[in-house]
Design a protein around this ligand. Sequence first.
Ligand code: FES
Length: 73
Amino acid sequence: MIVCVCRRVSDQQIRQAAAEGAVSLECLQFELGVATQCGRCADCASRILGDARAASAPSSLPMAHLQRAEQAA
Ligand code: FES
């Protein structure tokens, strides 16, 4: 799916950038040019980046549960 019509950037390109270390919209703007013209794609691109980063960090969820359990004890 094309996310950024102006720069012809797809969701797959954003997911790939996330896998390669992109951590913010600014990173996507620098690497892919997404949201650097009309800006209408910024929210969607940020959401896809966030989803991709969350999906690629499966160990963070168990750690969060562990920290909450320690705080409750
Ligand atoms: S749709 Fe991405 S900058 Fe216009």
